[in-house]
Design a protein around this ligand. Structure first.
Ligand code: F6R
Length: 611
């Protein structure tokens, strides 16, 4: 939801800002812009559409600057036009602001500022910030002017500000939207997310809510927005290599990330649990076995793909640890009355660690007295800093807007946690736990064998890509994978796709089935296998085109459906991981055939930092 970046240092800021924006473009791509200070002048360049449009404009000549800010936009207030693009400026074009978030009281502030003589150019909420700072900048102290301005705004923001009155300073601040500072050698880069800083440094400082940062070439100072009190700066080491955030020759990040899954899931479980007959120990889990034993109720809160992982997690935890689990959409959990006591654990699952709804939900659970565990992919992200314990998925940066490797890594993290909790509660024997771990260790190879059959999936996509309606059916442990398969397809190819529990079809949706409908049926050989075959019969009798994803190529299935794709056999609780992979590839190849913008689908952004 918009990406911001700022650079100060001895290198040329312009290419660094563009590279930073390129790595943040997944956050929004309605427009892009930069402002920088060159030879005593403030230069502003911005345009609608993707970053490549801005790059074309910048090719007019070589620019040289040591201080600048940039923005890539996901439009909220005001259409995606050039005038609404960031950076926004004061009346004289001397002060520039980039902003991620929403200023809720902007209409009121705008009226007051106009009555004071300020001239507005855009329809955005952001522009009020620039004029408010201008109002307070008369004594030339930029950080104080920003502080006073922000005391008047309501809403959420991560901002970066530069002004020709202070050509050696970037002032940044945050409330509700992510903001990090990369510390290089006498250079700093401020950004909305980690990938944007990696070309400069792996040393990151995470800015907290209600903090203001003054950044100069020789250092930074973080202070509380209201009190002005300063705090010590903790430096986090980001464990990602810059190349991980590059496409590396692949046509799309999504494809690269699908293919990275064997390694991503291996990284999620490797070296974590110390298996010893008398004691098991999870090396990097912040909860003791005694604390885990006390848990009597679990809520899992999340959004989108992470919510689908949560649904699978519920089945795993209830089976292994016999603790009742409720799964809530984070946006709903925030506004209901959960039943929380001292023995409640709330698990937030979030790839980015910055999703506004998920942060809202975990804050609510914490307020009510719950302990918080976060399953997250981004080291140091907001959710991880607010939790009592964190399980990092270690899947590496996920740049494609459609989540793939983060999802399968979340499933692995949940499986590990469910098994560990069951063992902590002494509900799982040592040998059963060893079997769980042994089966898990075989998963990366099994994923590899599915990926080797990508051509088979591509052929299916070539057959069906012109169809407009798709149902994904699953029962039991793979029902959430049906939901996920439908989400993957709709978000990147804009087709009508719905996921259903096989048994629900007859309660309404089957009315939509005819010869133009494609049904993707997930049919693992488990306790509901026969039931699923029955559901296939029902849609086949209404002329649907049926693709079965199965884990055994048996006659029974072959003769009932039009196409079968086989994944390797594994235990019931790990089967969701293997069944998800062909659906990711299917969505990818359909979207590719349809010529869609796979990594940056319309209307979406990777990190949803607004409610
Ligand atoms: C879909 C997708 C989204 C995210 C959702 C939550 O492919 O990526 O549905 O899963 O926006 O994001 P995180 O996991 O970052 O909280």
């Amino acid at each position: 939801m918009c990406g911001i970046v700022g650079y100060i240092g001895s290198n040329n800021a312009v290419p660094i800002l563009i590279e930073g924006l390129r790595r943040l473009e997944y956050r929004g791509y309605d427009s892009a812009g930069i402002a920088f200070y060159e030879d005593g002048n403030m230069v502003l360049k911005k345009t609608v559409g993707k970053l490549s449009n801005l790059e074309s404009i910048l090719r007019e000549r070589e620019y040289e600057s040591h201080l600048g800010i940039g923005h890539t936009r996901w439009a909220t207030h005001g259409r995606p036009t050039e005038v609404n693009s960031h950076p926004h400026c004061d009346c004289y074009g001397k002060l520039m602001v980039v902003h991620n978030g929403i200023i809720e009281n902007y209409s009121l502030l705008k009226k007051v500022l106009i009555s004071e003589g300020h001239i507005f150019r855009s329809q955005t909420d952001t522009e009020v910030i620039a004029h408010l700072i201008e109002r307070y900048l008369n004594n030339g102290n930029l950080s104080e002017a920003v502080r006073r301005a922000l005391c008047e705004v309501e809403g959420t923001y991560a901002i970066a500000v530069i002004s020709s009155s202070n050509p050696d300073t970037i002032v940044a601040a945050r409330k509700g939207s992510p903001l990090i500072i990369g510390r290089g050698d006498k250079e700093y880069i401020v950004a909305s997310d980690v990938p944007a800083i990696l070309n400069i440094t792996k040393d990151a400082i995470f800015v907290n809510d209600n903090e203001l940062v003054v950044i100069r070439e020789d250092g930074t100072q973080i202070t509380d927005l209201k009190s002005g009190g300063s705090r010590e700066e903790k430096i986090y080491q980001i464990p990602w290599d810059p190349e991980l955030a590059e496409k590396g020759g692949y046509a799309h990040f999504m494809l690269k990330e699908i293919l990275e899954q064997p390694q991503a899931v291996r990284n999620t479980f490797s070296g974590r649990i110390n298996l010893n007959k008398d004691k098991i120990h999870w090396e990097d889990l912040d909860f003791t076995v005694e604390e885990l034993r006390k848990i009597s109720r679990i809520y899992i809160v999340s959004c989108g793909t992470s919510w689908h992982a949560s649904l699978v997690g519920k089945s795993m935890i209830e089976a292994f640890a016999k603790v009742p689990v409720e799964v809530d959409l984070a946006s709903e959990f925030r506004y209901r009355m959960p039943l929380i006591d001292d023995n409640t654990l709330t698990i937030g699952i979030t790839q980015s660690g910055e999703t506004a709804d998920t942060l809202g939900a975990i804050r609510k659970a914490k307020e009510e007295g719950s302990k918080i565990l976060i399953i997250c992919n981004v080291v140091g992200s907001t959710a991880t800093r607010e939790a009592d314990g964190v399980i990092y998925t270690h899947a590496g940066p996920e740049i494609g807007v459609a989540s793939t490797k983060a999802f399968t890594s979340q499933l692995v993290a949940l499986y590990l946690f469910a098994g560990y909790l069951g063992r902590a509660k002494e509900l799982i024997s040592y040998s059963a736990f060893s079997r769980i771990m042994t089966e898990l260790a075989s998963i990366p190879k099994k994923i590899e064998s599915i990926l080797e059959k990508e051509e088979e999936i591509k052929r299916l996509a070539d057959l069906f890509w012109e169809k407009r309606d798709y149902f994904f059916l699953g029962r039991g442990i793979v029902y959430p994978i049906a939901l996920e398969g439908a989400l993957k397809l709709k978000e990147i190819s804009y087709l009508h796709a719905e996921g259903y529990a096989g048994g629900e079809m007859k309660h309404g949706p089957i009315a939509l089935v005819d010869k133009d409908m494609v049904v993707v049926a997930l049919v693992p050989h488990n306790s509901v296998y026969e039931k699923m075959l029955g559901n296939i019969e029902e849609v086949k009798a209404r002329d649907a085109n049926v693709i079965a994803i199965a884990d055994e190529e048996c006659e029974e299935i072959i003769e009932k459906v039009d196409h079968v794709f086989c994944v390797p056999k594994t235990s019931d609780f790990l089967s969701p991981i293997l069944f998800a992979i062909p659906l990711q590839l299917f969505a990818y190849h359909i979207a590719r055939n349809r010529g869609c913008d796979i990594d940056q689908p319309r209307n979406l952004a990777k990190s949803v930092t607004v409610e």
